[in-house]
Structures are given as C-alpha cells and as structure tokens.
Design a binder for this molecule. Structure first.
Ligand SMILES: NC(=O)c1ccc[n+]([C@@H]2O[C@H](COP(=O)([O-])OP(=O)(O)OC[C@H]3O[C@@H](n4cnc5c(N)ncnc54)[C@H](O)[C@@H]3O)[C@@H](O)[C@H]2O)c1
Length: 255
C-alpha cells in the first residue's frame, strides 16, 4: 500500500458508504492521510458524519458546490486549520434526472447548464478558491466515465459534461502545472451508487461488461480507489492531464 502519511486530502462528494468518494477516502485513510470530507447538504450529514468518524476525519464541511459563497466559506474553514493541502478529490456530478432518460436532442437549456455547472465548473471553482493551499507536488483527481468519449445510451447530457470535464482536466493540468500541481481523472466502469440509480439500463450494461470486457468482469469500488491512490500519491509524480481507465479494459473493445 502507498504511504500517504503526513499528507492532507480534501475529499468532495461523499453522500453515503457507496459513494466512490467514500472508497477513495477509505483508501487514503488506510495509507495514512489526514482527511477533510465535504458533502453537499444538511440531509447528507447523518450519513457522512459516521463515515468521517470511522475514518478519523479532522474536519467535515457542508458545501453546495453550486454556490460560490459556499465555496468561499469552504476555503475559509480549511484555511483556519491548514496551511496547505496535498490532495483534492472531486467526485461530484449532477444532472436533473429528467434530462438523462430522454432523447439527447430534447435536452433543455436549463438542464444542460446545471449538468455542466455542477459536473465540470465545480472543479474549476474549487481549484480557483484553494489555489493558494496547493503547493508543488499536490495532486488533484476527478472522476469521469467512458460516456465522455463514446455514446452510452441514456447517459445523454452527462456524457457531454464528462467530455467537458476531461478537457477541463487537460487545461487545468496546464494552468496549474506552472505551480507544480498535477490534475488527473479516473474513468471508472459502472458501479451501483446513488448517482447511477438514476441511469436506466445500468444492470444490462454491467451484464454486457461481464461478458465482453478483457477481464470478463466488472470492476469494484476498491479498484477505483487503488488507482485514485496512485494518482494522488508521489508514485505518479510525472503524470498530469491524464484520464486513466479503471474499467476491466472495456474501453479498448470495438464490440
Ligand atoms: N458510479 C459510477 O458508475 C461512476 C462511473 C464513472 C464515474 N462516476 C463519477 O463518480 C463521481 C461520484 O459519483 P458516485 O457514483 O460515487 O455517486 P454519488 O451520488 O455517491 O456521488 C456524487 C456526489 O456528487 C455530490 N453533489 C451533487 N451535486 C452537488 C453540489 N451541488 N454540491 C456538492 N456536491 C454535489 C452528491 O452529493 C454526491 O456526494 C461522479 O462524478 C460520477 O459521475 C461514477
């Protein structure tokens, strides 16, 4: 296991035990990192606080990343206790459910804006706010999905948001690279979480992956967390702007 002792990680996007953010937080904590967990709203507190306690997180912060003032308050709360951050995990996405399960050309202007704002701009907004805490060697990670690159039925506007997110990773890697900060993404195969409950057809997709992917199986949460740990640790010190697939190899297949 990688050694993250002495490092502080801010993890955004913990909703419950099934959240990918939760698996990454667990892996970071097992490797010795100190955690700051952030969650979207007060309703989630009863799920997130026990996770924070279990992982010994020093700080938990409620923050709606769609609100610039809330992001400023997040920055202020972190600065009160910390001079620097070594890792930021952005495991956040949202599109109104009605936008996902309709023909893509019926996407509303409002739904398009919300999906891109929460799923992409929040990463930029957080890095803008926390820039001064990120020192050379710090690592930022976000979560993408193959629907960014190829059409996945029912993924709709979220596919376009993930394409923008992957492009944002490259532009952020360049703009933050000057101060020695790395920015990467993990593109994870489908996992059952709160977010994917809104996507119809995920069970069929997982069956297809089990039958046709190079590894002839689906991936699990821990496998995403292990690759995340690599990208967040010094083991990937020369890697920036990359999207690494953790998908049992599915993306290499033509059929
Ligand atoms: N589950 C999968 O199959 C899968 C595959 C590839 C990528 N991803 C990506 O992984 C990330 C995490 O998703 P997950 O599957 O763990 O589901 P999840 O629902 O557990 O996590 C999504 C998180 O986004 C947060 N969020 C939404 N709007 C927010 C806002 N305004 N402010 C702050 N937080 C907000 C939610 O509260 C939640 O914690 C997402 O980017 C998702 O697209 C998921």
């Amino acid at each position: 296991m990688m050694n993250m002792k002495g490092k502080t990680a801010l993890v955004l996007g913990v909703a419950n035990q099934r959240s990918i953010a939760c698996s990454i937080a667990k892996a970071l904590s097992s490797a010795g990192a100190e955690l700051i967990l952030s969650y979207a709203n007060a309703t989630l507190a009863k799920r997130v606080e026990p996770i924070a306690a279990e992982l010994g997180a020093k700080l938990t912060i409620e923050c709606d990343l769609g609100d610039d003032e809330a992001i400023q308050r997040l920055g202020a709360k972190i600065r009160k206790q910390y001079d620097s951050l070594d890792c930021i995990v952005h495991s956040v996405a949202y599109a109104p459910v009605e936008e996902m399960n309709k023909p893509f050309h019926h996407t509303s202007r409002e739904g398009f804006g919300i999906a891109l704002d929460i799923s992409v701009y929040t990463l930029i907004a957080v890095l803008k706010e926390l820039e001064d805490l990120l020192k050379p060697g710090s690592s930022v990670l976000t979560l993408s999905y193959y629907g960014a690159q190829k059409v996945v039925p029912n993924y709709g506007v979220m596919g376009v948001a993930k394409a923008a997110l992957e492009a944002a990773v490259r532009y952020l890697a360049y703009s933050m690279g000057e101060q020695g900060v790395r920015v990467n993404a993990v593109s994870a195969g489908p996992l059952r979480t709160l977010s994917t409950a809104a996507i119809s057809g995920i069970i069929d997709l997982q069956k297809q992956i089990a039958a046709t992917s190079p590894l002839r199986r689906n991936i699990d949460h821990e496998e995403v967390a292990k690759s995340a740990l690599y990208l967040l640790s010094d083991c990937s010190s020369g890697v920036s702007g990359e999207v690494i697939f953790v998908d049992a190899g599915m993306n290499i297949m033509a059929y």
